[in-house]
Design a protein around this ligand. Structure first.
Ligand code: PLP
Length: 413
């Protein structure tokens, strides 16, 4: 008998190991799992409570009024026109991303390294060849038009659609693309008719509130994925959305609906109703977003400075809640301690200090590059929001994480 080889998603596996250690009384600095620390706004929680009686299935694409609400919300937030017909709702953005890949009968998937862990396995499930585009610390982990061009020239085959999965602000790097960088990339995408799968799930958590959607620059072939998991602190509620190009072929939409109908039927109806309350770009939402951004950039900045002081290289985060740590400066001293490769590094670090990081190789980086992702979300988001509202300092909320970085520092040095 043979079965699909599909290891459990790296982030989930690490979270379970961290929980196991914590269950045995160990202090674990949970930098491994990228879950929003913030609770969904009260009025959104209330809307969910009030809609539990909604036991009906919706259409596969989602409630028409929610799709219209999401279209209006993102038209305003991202500055380009979107209509409800372009929006599909699903239980999380992951099934939508997978279905996007599966919707193409013959495709080749281009993926930056580093990139979000799940894309490579999604491409594998969809049986598409995967082409990695390596980036570097010096290039701020960004892919350049030249690198994309070279990858296409080397690997593209006739009869296959080209799909690029791009995610910014990024998991695992916390970095984004500027408008100029996106324009330059779009020129290459356009030249080769590449479909861009633009995972903008962290867009609203751009620390300065200045996210630029690729769809506003390359509308003809950009599929934007987004949802409530990050900006609304509702990962477990499972609500994702996909924004298709206005000019998307009907066959693409039909394929996505068909795949959704066989796999998930619809997003949970009570959650869709609650999402109607979330997707309003009113004063409340602006206030909630502003508070999260201030907290994340304040705490992210403090953690980043502590890492630099410990001699770990990392670029300051621009959005979301991740930092990509580069331990290559410690390669010799780690080798002397019999630590080679990022998996060994993270395993020893967790066992000996309780600091949980996720190896960069999970994101497609070479193991010997000695990188690891740090998610700076091990704090009480509700308490941080109260402090922010009361105009108190938010840095006390970073204390546990700073203790973790101090443990990392003494382990390294
Ligand atoms: N895309 C990226 C880049 C993520 O980091 C995550 C969650 O960690 C997801 C997608 C999954 O989102 P959802 O909860 O909408 O399935």
């Amino acid at each position: 008998m043979t079965f699909v080889t599909m290891p459990k998603s790296g982030t989930l596996a690490l979270n379970e190991e961290s929980r196991r250690l914590a269950g045995r009384g160990r202090t674990v600095y949970r930098f491994g799992f990228g879950e929003s620390p913030f609770p969904p706004p009260r009025h959104v929680q209330k809307a969910l409570r009030k809609s539990t009686f909604r036991k009906d299935y919706t259409t596969v694409a989602g409630l028409p009024e929610l799709r219209a609400r999401i279209a209006d919300f993102h038209s305003e937030a991202d500055g380009y026109a979107i209509n409800a017909e372009q929006v599909l709702v699903a239980p999380g953005s992951k099934p939508l991303l997978l279905n996007c890949m599966q919707a193409f009968e013959h495709a080749e998937v281009y993926l930056p390294a580093p990139a979000y862990v799940s894309y490579a396995n999604m491409a594998k499930l969809a049986r598409h060849p995967l082409i990695r585009i390596q980036t570097s610390y010096t290039d701020r982990w960004r892919i350049t038009p030249e690198a994309l061009e070279a990858a296409i020239a080397r690997h593209s085959q006739p009869g296959r659609e080209k799909v690029l999965a791009l995610n910014y602000p990024g998991n695992p790097d916390g970095l984004t693309y500027s408008r100029a960088e996106l324009q330059a990339l779009a020129a290459t995408l356009r030249r080769h008719d590449v479909w861009a799968l633009s995972d903008e799930i962290y867009a609203l958590l751009h620390h300065q509130g200045r996210h630029v959607s690729l769809a506003s620059i390359y509308p003809e072939r950009t599929l934007v994925s987004t949802g409530l998991s990050k900006w609304c602190g509702a990962g477990g509620w499972r609500l994702g959305a996909l924004i298709l190009p206005a000019s998307a072929p009907a066959e693409l939409r039909d394929a996505l609906i068909g795949l959704g109908s066989e796999v998930y039927s619809c997003a949970p109806t009570p959650v869709q109703v609650a999402a109607l309350a979330a997707y309003q770009l009113d004063k409340r939402t602006h206030r909630f977003l502003r508070a999260q951004r201030q907290i994340l950039s304040g705490i992210g900045g403090a953690v980043h400075r502590a890492l630099l002081a410990a001699g770990v290289k990392a670029h300051a985060a621009e959005g979301g809640f991740y930092l990509l740590c580069d331990f290559s400066g410690y390669a010799d001293s780690l080798r002397k301690r019999d630590i080679q490769g990022d998996t060994a590094l993270c395993a020893r670090l967790l066992a000996e200090t309780g600091v949980a990081l996720l190896p960069g190789s999970k994101f497609g980086l070479p193991a010997e590059a000695l990188t690891a992702r740090l998610a700076y979300v091990d704090f009480d988001g509700a308490a941080a929001l109260s402090s922010q509202r009361a105009k108190e300092g938010i840095l006390p909320h970073a204390e546990k994480m700073l203790t973790g970085i101090a443990a990392l520092d003494s382990w390294l040095n």
